[in-house]
Ligand binder design. Structure first.
Ligand SMILES: Cc1cc2nc3c(=O)[nH]c(=O)nc-3n(C[C@H](O)[C@H](O)[C@H](O)COP(=O)(O)O)c2cc1C
Ligand code: SF4
Ligand code: SF4
Length: 262
């Protein structure tokens, strides 16, 4: 049985989780990196294969660009496993949104996990996560998924129950006001220009950001070799202190499975 692993990971933590779960599933795997290679074509995944769909949480949803790309995934009663990776605030409606999206594309969601990772805008929040305990949870999640995949057919016609508000409205999320830019240590290498999924950085002026296009994903910060690209200014510092206080408590991963008793 082949696994198709799809992720979008600007700062790398969603990739860490997707890779960890994929490996623990112990299946032949084909990987799709939607940051480096945006999905422009239909991906058909048959009923005797499986999908692992791993997404970061932005404002309680998955990134809008991934919602659009997910419409290229075509299942045929294909089992799907969800992983929502979030920065210790909450994942809100992200798992429910992922389930609804994939169900509409012909998948049957058999398991879903909300996993913790360093916050990509405020890295002091959930710093160092996923940690060893998170990896234990992901290993347990993968083991249970393997069991479910081995029982394929038994869950036909059943539906996984996931938390979230059924009346969720992704359009209500307008993004965050904070946008990164480059400072005087920029050496014009253009790495940020190349990686930006939104085309928000021009090659002529890589220190600047087109705020109207930027989704604050942080990919440019991750690739910048000098540290020039980052969030700057007092508003950012102040927001960071407030946010760290609000999100100080250690949150545990949460995992859900399709139920045989339904
Ligand atoms: C624009 C934006 C919005 C975010 N919204 C949330 C959120 O609603 N809840 C949360 O807990 N974390 C939130 N985060 C943090 C990310 O979900 C988290 O850092 C995730 O690990 C990022 O994945 P990546 O490292 O693959 O980019 C947000 C991050 C960004 C960039
Ligand atoms: S400019 Fe904005 S959208 Fe582009 S990589 Fe940086 S944070 Fe992401
Ligand atoms: S990646 Fe950093 S150093 Fe390179 S052009 Fe962008 S801001 Fe400048």
């Amino acid at each position: 049985m082949r696994l198709h692993t799809v992720y979008f990971s600007a700062k790398g933590t969603t990739k860490i989780c997707a890779d960890f779960i994929s490996e623990a599933l112990q299946m032949e795997t084909r990987t799709y990196d939607w940051l480096k290679q945006p999905c422009a074509q239909s991906i058909e995944i048959s009923s005797d294969e499986a999908l692992l769909f791993a997404m970061p949480v932005y404002g309680g949803f998955i990134p809008e660009r991934c919602v659009q790309m997910a419409k290229n995934l075509k299942g045929s009663h294909t089992p799907a496993i969800l992983a929502a990776v979030y920065g210790n605030r909450h994942y809100d409606n992200a798992l429910l949104q992922m389930k609804d999206l994939l169900t509409a594309q012909g998948f049957c969601v058999i398991a879903a996990g909300a996993f913790l990772a360093e916050h990509s805008i405020f890295p002091a929040v959930a710093a160092g996560r996923p940690d060893a305990k998170d990896k234990e949870a992901m290993a347990e999640f993968a083991a249970k998924c393997r069991g479910l995949l081995a029982e394929r057919g038994i869950f036909q016609g059943m539906e996984i129950q996931l938390p979230g508000d059924p009346a969720y409205d992704p359009a209500a999320y307008k993004g965050v006001a904070l946008k990164p830019d480059g400072d005087e240590t920029c050496v014009s290498c253009k790495a940020c220009v190349e990686i930006c999924p939104q085309g928000a950085i021009s090659a002529d002026a890589p220190r600047k950001t087109d705020d109207s296009a930027c989704i604050s994903c942080g990919a440019c910060i991750k690739v910048c070799p000098t540290g020039a690209r980052n969030y700057h200014g007092e508003a950012y510092q102040g927001a960071g202190v407030q946010f760290a206080k609000k999100c100080a408590a250690y949150r545990e991963p949460e995992m859900y499975y399709i139920s045989k008793s339904m």
